[in-house]
Design a binder for this molecule. Structure first.
Ligand SMILES: N[C@@H](CCSC[C@H]1O[C@@H](n2cnc3c(=O)[nH]cnc32)[C@H](O)[C@@H]1O)C(=O)O
Ligand SMILES: [Zn+2]
Length: 427
């Protein structure tokens, strides 16, 4: 299928160009023709009044945690996990996870997201939801070394890799997901590293999320979580590290040297009172960073445009430097930075040969006037409700805010049904 988006404002090469056309054949961008022959295309998508951005990337999620949205708020991370979330997660099943993954995927698509990284369990159900919805994802089975299912979870990870890596037309990639150094003792992390080498898989892990975690790990192992992960070989596998809030100069140097990619989750870090990650310092050192929502239970939505907005503002207040994250950097984090975090080499930019993962944003809202500077308008004034059209792998998943692959009323009903099933066991 040959498709053409016409007369659109195009974000490319660090600037926004008005009146452009984007041509793509099947899943890839082919051209930006100035005078396209409209008869040569199977479908024309009118881009008038729209901004075309590379699809947004959500680099850290536990997607089925939508089921716990507003269930356990206003708690410290460790209390939240140990008292509320982990006991409730013990009652999850494949039906609940599938339904709430679909809910999360729908919410993400509605917010302009074209790919996401997920760490959870019942991953075959997550992968099925990715496959049917048409979104792109880097998935991992989250594993912990302190639970009775530790070895079984590793075996499942391996099987999951063999079943789903590069499947769903290549939209699914599989990573390994050791949860964190405080739930995965060194011997267990070594096993994960061995498996990563055996499979050629990359690693997604939580590192240095809270001050308490860093203190505990330093007391136990006499080094920071980053230094510990480095010593155990985690950072040599290609590593996506969520949070990295409490990292010092030495940690940052290790992260830069080992090409650690950081999932920055400002909403989750604020809500769980984790702190503010040194994003400006990371970027100065050349560390790759993308944005993430984390699970809907610690955010409490999956709106990646809101995360961009938070990231663009908070570091200015925190460093008293209005230049620390300029508008263009915010856009980069949302798109190219995120795509690199997920290990993609042909996603994250609107360029010839890149995947046709495209988000069109309506620029007609009142908050888009007057039109001084489109990049600033997007970074500081826009919200996810402006997202009009979402294209992944060349296929339209959302058009004029309506889903094409998802029956949204059914998704809501299924979410409600399975939530009742879960919580009737917990109450
Ligand atoms: N060991 C579990 C699976 C772990 S999946 C990943 C885990 O990360 C948890 N999680 C969600 N958000 C955060 C966070 O911000 N920090 C640490 N853990 C989180 C989530 O609740 C889930 O338990 C099992 O096999 O049963
Ligand atoms: Zn997380």
């Amino acid at each position: 299928m040959k498709k053409l988006i016409t007369n659109v404002a195009l974000y490319q090469d660090h600037s926004i160009k008005e009146g452009k056309n984007i041509a793509f054949t099947d899943d890839r961008i082919t051209d930006f023709p100035d005078h396209p022959d409209r008869t040569a295309y199977d479908e024309i998508i009118d881009g008038n009044r729209m901004l075309a951005m590379p699809g947004f990337v959500n680099t850290h999620n536990h997607i089925a945690m939508t089921v716990f949205r507003s269930y356990a708020d206003d708690m410290q991370l460790m209390d939240w996990l140990m008292q509320k979330i982990w006991p409730a997660e013990a009652k999850l099943d494949s039906d609940i996870v599938y339904a709430h993954t679909m809910l999360g995927i729908a919410e993400m698509i509605r917010c302009g997201t074209t790919s996401f990284a997920d760490m959870y369990f019942f991953m075959n159900d997550v992968a099925r939801a990715v496959e049917t919805s048409g979104i792109r994802a880097a998935l991992c089975r989250g594993v912990t070394g302190i639970t009775p299912n530790a070895q079984e979870a590793l075996a499942e990870s391996k099987e999951f890799y063999h079943t789903w890596h590069k499947k769903a037309d290549g939209r699914i990639t599989v990573m390994l997901g050791p949860h964190a150094p405080y739930t995965c003792p060194p011997d267990y992390l070594r096993q994960v590293v061995d498996l990563a080498h055996e499979l050629g898989a990359e690693i997604h892990i939580h590192l240095s999320e809270t001050k308490g975690e860093v203190q505990d790990i330093k007391e136990q192992y006499h080094k920071s979580p980053i230094a510990l992960a480095d010593e155990l070989g985690i950072l040599d596998c290609g590593c996506l590290a969520a949070h990295c809030v409490w990292v010092d100069e030495d940690d940052l140097n290790i992260m830069a040297r080992k090409h650690v990619r950081v999932a920055h989750n400002p909403g989750s870090n604020f809500k769980l009172a984790g702190g503010i990650a040194p994003l400006g310092e990371m970027l100065k050192k050349g560390i790759t960073v993308g944005l993430g929502t984390d699970g809907a239970s610690s955010n409490n939505n999956l709106d990646i445009v809101e995360e961009m907005h938070l990231a663009a503002l908070v570091h200015k207040a925190n460093t008293l430097d209005p230049l620390v994250i300029p508008a263009e950097t915010a856009l980069q984090l949302l798109t190219e930075g995120g795509a690199k975090c997920l290990g993609y080499t042909d996603v994250g930019k609107l360029e010839k040969g890149y995947k046709a993962d495209i988000t069109l944003i309506d620029r007609e809202g009142l908050h888009w006037y007057p039109k001084h500077n489109t990049m600033s308008l997007f970074a500081y004034s826009a919200n996810s409700f402006d997202v009009d059209t979402v294209i992944v792998d060349g296929k339209t998943l959302l058009r004029h805010k309506a889903f094409t692959t998802i029956d949204i009323e059914k998704v809501k009903a299924e979410a409600e049904r399975t939530k009742e099933k879960l919580f009737s066991q917990l109450d």
